[in-house]
Design a protein around this ligand. Structure first.
Ligand code: IDP
Length: 141
């Protein structure tokens, strides 16, 4: 019996600006995962402070929050067996310059001279993070 798991996926402002939201969602669907919530959202500082709480105080935190405020994001809850690992595998490693070809970041991302902050997507990194992040972005789910 497969046990459904959920993850929070964000197409970050660079992905939305570059019209890649559909491409990201297509890869998720083609892999066989199910979209259970989907919304174009403009995040505010409070939401992002919660979302990136673990990074508060790091040198890249403020620029990262500013970047995430720079335009709308596509927020999605995605469901499937082992989807947390599965989406992180689809996304590729954090730095898009060296992320493996075949991954979202490896195929579509690069370093634009802004370190690795513009890497197109976010995916929860554990069941605990997923539950917390889904609660922040989709409190009514
Ligand atoms: P992940 O998104 O691959 O899980 P995390 O280490 O959780 O990576 O970092 C969260 C986000 O913070 C990254 O996706 C990236 O946008 C940004 N970030 C991480 N490290 C750096 C850095 O060294 N400089 C600038 N931005 C960074």
């Amino acid at each position: 019996m497969s046990e459904a798991q959920r993850t929070l996926v964000l197409v970050k402002p660079d992905g939305v600006r570059r019209n890649l939201a559909g491409e990201v969602l297509a890869r998720i669907e083609a892999k066989g995962y199910t979209l259970v919530a989907l919304e174009l959202r403009s995040a505010d500082r409070e939401l992002l402070a919660g979302h990136y709480a673990e990074h508060e105080g790091k040198p890249f935190y403020e620029p990262l929050v500013e970047f995430m405020l720079s335009g709308p994001v596509v927020a999605a809850v995605v469901e499937g067996h082992r989807v947390i690992e599965g989406f992180r595998s689809l996304a590729g490693t954090t730095d898009p310059t060296t992320a493996a070809p075949g991954t979202i970041r490896g195929d579509l991302g690069r370093d634009w001279g802004l370190k690795v902050q513009q890497n197109l997507v976010h995916g929860s990194d554990s069941p605990e993070s997923a539950a917390r992040e889904i609660g922040l972005w989709f409190p009514n789910l």
